[in-house]
Design a protein around this ligand. Structure first.
Ligand SMILES: [Zn+2]
Length: 267
């Protein structure tokens, strides 16, 4: 093909136009490039005494399915770039490709964070001093607190989670998923445990301070006793429900044991 110049191609086209007539009507359908390729090759061989078939003159002229395949991502690494474009309304970070097509590159707007300022969440409340220090600190105690933060949270919970969990999903590989059947609710049981059962959740709050620490440590022996005592003091000082359960504790203490079953807490 390399040795064919424009003039050669013109001569080739002229020769085909003069000599070749389709012998059968359906050969027109086989004429895929505007000339019958087999016949074109025949003429070419006669003119140039060559054996090679003529490749398509320009692959882009071919139907898509007949063009040579080229992997569009060959030798290319797809990168979204850094996720560093802040929403002007809520400061959430985005990739530049996430901007709304109706907005400009210089003033990008996003629709998947705050709906362009339509949704405004109140700022998080500042936690009590001890909790803030543990959340933000760099001491070893802070690090282990953050590492076990879910267990510390569960140790001080007033209620348990009432759900039917789909464990086929929670134990599957890949990103962590949590799927439940039916409704999610909080389960608050009686203030006194079942016979021979340890105190759990709100049942712990009706004991004196020292007993509370010991009961929680008995349920969570791997947690730090000092941190546990500090958190307990903080929660007793700041949590509104603690006073309610303290009051229940005092009433229970003043009530004869046989009547304690009748003490109720209304939230
Ligand atoms: Zn936003």
């Amino acid at each position: 093909m390399d040795d064919l110049n424009d003039e050669d191609w013109q001569r080739l086209d002229d020769a085909i136009g003069q000599v070749w007539q389709p012998e059968e009507p359906d050969m027109q359908a086989a004429d895929i490039y505007g000339v019958n390729r087999r016949f074109e090759n025949h003429v070419r061989r006669e003119m140039h005494n060559e054996e090679d078939d003529i490749p398509p003159r320009n692959p882009r002229d071919l139907p898509k399915a007949r063009r040579p395949y080229r992997d569009p991502l060959q030798n290319q690494i797809h990168s979204l770039g850094p996720m560093n474009i802040a929403c002007s309304q809520c400061d959430a970070l985005h990739w530049k490709f996430e901007k709304l097509s109706a907005s400009s590159v210089r003033n990008p707007k996003f629709g998947n964070c705050c709906l362009q300022g339509q949704i405004q969440l109140p700022p998080l409340r500042v936690p009590p001093r001890y909790l803030k220090d543990m959340l933000c600190g760099i001491a070893n105690q802070s690090k282990t607190f953050r590492k076990n933060i879910r267990q510390y949270n569960a140790a001080f919970a007033f209620t348990s989670l009432g759900v039917k969990i789909d464990h086929a999903i929670t134990n599957a590989p890949g990103p962590y998923s949590f799927r439940i059947y039916g409704e999610l609710h909080h389960h608050s049981g009686a203030l006194l445990p079942e016979e021979n059962q340890p105190e759990r959740y709100a049942q712990i709050y009706i004991h004196n301070d020292a007993d509370q620490v010991n009961l929680r440590l008995a349920n969570n022996p791997q947690l730090d006793p000092t941190v546990m005592a500090e958190l307990q003091a903080m929660i007793h000082e700041t949590h509104p429900y603690v006073a309610l359960y303290r009051s229940a504790y005092q009433i229970m203490a003043e009530t004869p044991p046989e009547q304690r079953q009748n003490v109720k807490v209304l939230l």
